[in-house]
Design a protein around this ligand. Structure first.
Ligand code: NZQ
Ligand code: ZN
Length: 385
């Protein structure tokens, strides 16, 4: 196992009815900006619960943070924060609202051009206003991590960046808030969380048995509960298990002391920036091809994955690895995801511009061994057609 620091200061407030408890987490007298997206929180009752919980605070709202949050929109919120002297931000929504709010929190106190925060991948951040999160879509783990992803449309750029300043102070995880998710977002969430585990698990062994077994527990739970959430959307236990999986998949725990990959995510961000494809949809399409071109270096871990997750014991090593990749694709399909680029309307003609875009964002040495070059990604994309 490698040396590591594990730091996660976000207080998780889990369970039905917990939105009522947020007032205790926000300093009395704070001027609070409530950020949200396109309005799902108004139709499912979450907005009303937040308003009731924060009676007595001075509340200002900023709505319209879009999926894959856009820099230009977020900068309008930064102006509002400065004009109104906001001192606490409350993000209510999915990963996009929470990521966008992290950027707003940092940009509002940034001495220079806020785009520097994104371009520097977070190292230029000098601080951030305090923020909290009410999660309504289990997927990204953003509610208790230090990451954010922001899109700048004019540059066709979708960039992830990180800073300890971005950790929410608290995150409410009430599974009931997820009952209103449309099936496509249930699927996106389960597949994104599954992919987060794989990006931190399918690398090479460093004898990190705790992290491996926690990862395997998360994968097995998602395989069990994902299809159930589609079939029985108001099952509280199912939603609870998925919500906890998504948070633990990307809160820094399972990446502690182990190598991590993230190449599928980086290529996925290019597909979203270029063609406006949902984040998880890019991952489901890319993973089988990405694994085919990296299967030699991931051999040991793929064999463990084949055995412990899919129970594959028959056949030689190569057959078991091929079968495990196929089982993963079948799971994504069971979750109603597309698993070919052509199903998303892309063809071989798109590959050169995807590669050019990766190169322009300096994504030229990806993966746990820094050897997933644009040429390797091109081979993977051909296998994803
Ligand atoms: O905008 P509203 O009206 O709220 O609707 C949203 C949105 O249209 C809807 N939704 C959310 N909760 C709902 C709901 N609809 C009904 N009922 C509810 N309870 O779902 C749609 C998608 O929301 P979004 O926040 O975009 O989805 P997600 O949580 O999957 O976030 C995706 C973004 O997070 C980034 C992705 O790249 C993408 O930009 N990621 C962030 C990460 C992080 N911060 O650690 C890591 C991830 O790998 C990922 O890259
Ligand atoms: Zn993701």
């Amino acid at each position: 196992m490698f040396n590591f620091d594990f730091y996660n200061p976000t207080k998780l407030m889990f369970g039905q009815g917990r939105i009522a408890d947020i007032a205790g987490e926000i300093p009395p007298g704070a001027k609070v900006l409530i950020t949200y997206g396109g309005g799902s929180i108004k139709s499912n009752g979450v907005y009303d619960q937040v308003m009731a919980a924060l009676k007595g605070y001075e509340l200002i709202e900023f709505s319209g943070i879009e999926p894959n949050p856009v820099y230009e929109t977020l900068m309008q919120a930064v102006d509002l924060v400065k004009e109104r002297g906001i001192d606490f931000l409350l993000a209510v929504g999915g990963g996009s609202v929470i990521d966008g709010t992290k950027f707003i929190a940092a940009a509002a106190v940034h001495p220079g051009d806020p785009w520097e925060i994104v371009l520097s991948r977070g190292t230029a951040a000098r601080g951030a206003l305090p923020l909290g999160a009410v999660l309504t879509l289990p997927a990204t783990g953003s509610e208790s991590n230090y990451r954010a992803v922001v899109t700048r449309q004019a540059m066709n750029a979708k960039i992830s960046f990180y800073s300890d300043f971005f950790f929410p102070r608290f995150a409410v995880l009430d599974p009931v808030t997820t009952y209103s998710l449309p099936p496509v977002q249930i699927s996106n969430g389960v597949v994104d969380a599954y992919m987060h585990v794989l990006e931190q698990y399918l690398t090479y062994p460093v004898n990190a048995r705790v992290q491996e077994r926690i990862s395997e527990g998360l994968l097995l739970t998602l395989i069990e509960e994902g299809p159930r959430a589609l079939a029985d959307p108001t099952n509280y236990e199912v939603r609870s298990n998925i919500m906890l999986c998504a948070t633990l998949a990307l809160n820094g725990l399972i990446s502690s002391g182990v190598p991590t990959d993230w190449s599928t995510h980086m290529v996925g961000h290019e597909l979203t920036a270029l063609y406006d494809i949902d984040h998880a949809a890019t991952l489901a399409v890319l993973l089988p091809g990405m694994l085919q071109v990296t299967r030699e270096e991931k051999r040991l871990r793929l064999l463990q994955y084949a055995h412990r997750i899919w129970g594959l014991t028959e056949g030689d090593e190569d057959e078991r690895i091929t079968a495990a990749i196929e089982k993963t694709r079948e799971f994504f399909e069971l979750m109603q995801m597309k698993t070919c680029l052509q199903d998303l309307g892309l063809t071989a003609d798109n590959i050169p511009e995807i590669i050019a875009s990766l190169e322009s964002h300096d994504m030229v040495r990806l993966g746990e061994n820094k050897n997933v070059t644009p040429e390797k990604v091109r081979q993977a994309l051909e296998l994803c057609l």
